[in-house]
Design a protein around this ligand. Structure first.
Ligand code: ADP
Ligand code: DP6
Length: 332
């Protein structure tokens, strides 16, 4: 007997960042965060539950993954198997349309798509809010990829796993876009998971980070309500820089930046000074993301091309939430 689930999830880039867990086992964050889901980057995942399998098998982009990578998938699938009261093993095939482990949020689309596919394969039929609490257990940022547009990951209360979930805030259909400046799409040396743990343990700035991220979130939700793009952008840039400053305060310090990251940030500032509103944010990697108005994207791209190659500039519109993929649309 086999049961199949297939799902597409888009990545999201946090405008108010998540950088630290208060409970590592349950992936409960230190602060609530808020993101924008992106159309251009996504993961497609198929789960086949098969009674004939003795263990889970995991292929990423058609390459069979190591025991260590497969063990992460098994642990995640067990959350669903326990709830469905089944032991059936799975063959998982996943395809990333986003560079893996480069600070472009592959883990967000990955675990959101895997949650959606497993939800279908098991027939559990969990609603999106509940499903977001499952996606969270694969990677914190995956919590937010269940929905499109602007999405909050509410931190929840105490050690209550069910209380920490995604909330759709706004569909961002008011002239919003993002341009990724791909500085380096190779694998990062330090994972977000290890980087954030080290920051909590050693950065004297950590408590201020949590405090200001919390007040930034309140102000940002207000700006979104007012459709105030300038305030949205200013808070985005400030919050991202504060996260990186907090990492620099760690011992030994953490920096994901490369010389071209600084070049990109300076260029965006220069473009802003010409009167086009655009703001940067960065994650656990050297790539720079530019939050801008969709209607300004052509102009900004042309200016970025003065200093970067065509392949380095990736414009994207706002993305949608997870979608199941039918047999006929599964093209792998
Ligand atoms: P990123 O910035 O890309 O999110 P992370 O270090 O946070 O980088 O996460 C990358 C990790 O997520 C990979 O090393 C792998 O373990 C996992 N991952 C990425 N893509 C997939 C996928 N499609 N399916 C399952 N796990 C994935
Ligand atoms: C800088 O979600 O990848 O992108 O929960 O340990 O898997 P784990 O970490 P992950 O960290 C994302 C960090 C960030 C900020 C963000 O997306 O909010």
């Amino acid at each position: 007997m086999t049961h199949i689930g297939r799902c597409r999830a888009h990545t999201n880039i946090a405008l108010i960042k998540y950088w630290g867990k208060r409970n590592e086992e349950l992936f409960l964050p230190m602060n609530s965060s808020l993101s924008l889901t992106l159309e251009a980057f996504y993961t497609d995942t198929e789960v086949v539950l098969d009674d004939n399998l003795d263990s889970d098998i995991f292929y990423l982009d058609d390459i069979k993954q190591s025991d260590k990578e497969t063990a992460k998938i098994t642990q995640f699938l067990n959350l669903f198997r326990d709830l469905a009261n089944i032991k059936t093993r799975a063959c998982v095939k996943s395809y990333n349309h986003v560079p893996t482990a480069a600070g472009l949020a592959s883990s967000a689309s990955a675990f959101s798509a895997l949650a959606g596919a497993m939800n279908q394969a098991t027939g559990l039929d969990l609603d999106l809010k509940t499903l977001s609490t499952f996606a969270r257990r694969g990677s914190g940022s995956a919590t937010r990829s269940l929905y499109g547009g602007f999405v909050e990951w509410y931190m929840g209360e105490g050690d209550e796993s069910d209380s920490s979930h995604a909330i759709p805030v706004d569909d961002a259909s008011w002239d919003i876009g993002m341009i990724v400046i791909a500085v380096n799409t190779g694998r990062k040396k330090l994972s977000s998971r290890v980087g954030m743990k080290h920051t909590i343990a050693t950065s004297p700035f950590y408590s201020s980070w949590v405090e200001t991220a919390t007040s930034d979130l309140t102000k940002m939700k207000d700006a979104i309500k007012q459709k105030d793009f300038i305030t949205l952008g200013e808070i985005t840039e400030s919050n991202g820089m504060k996260m990186h400053a907090t990492m620099l305060g760690a011992f030994p310090p953490i920096s994901y930046w490369e010389p071209d990251s600084v070049k990109a940030i300076s260029k965006v500032k220069e473009i802003r000074e010409t009167g086009i509103p655009c703001y940067v944010t960065m994650d656990a990697g050297p790539n720079v993301k530019v939050l801008c108005r969709q209607s300004d994207m052509d102009k900004i791209e042309a200016l970025l091309l003065e200093d970067f190659n065509r392949e380095q500039i990736i414009p994207t519109q706002v993305g949608e939430g997870i979608k199941l993929i039918s047999d006929s649309d599964w093209n792998y």
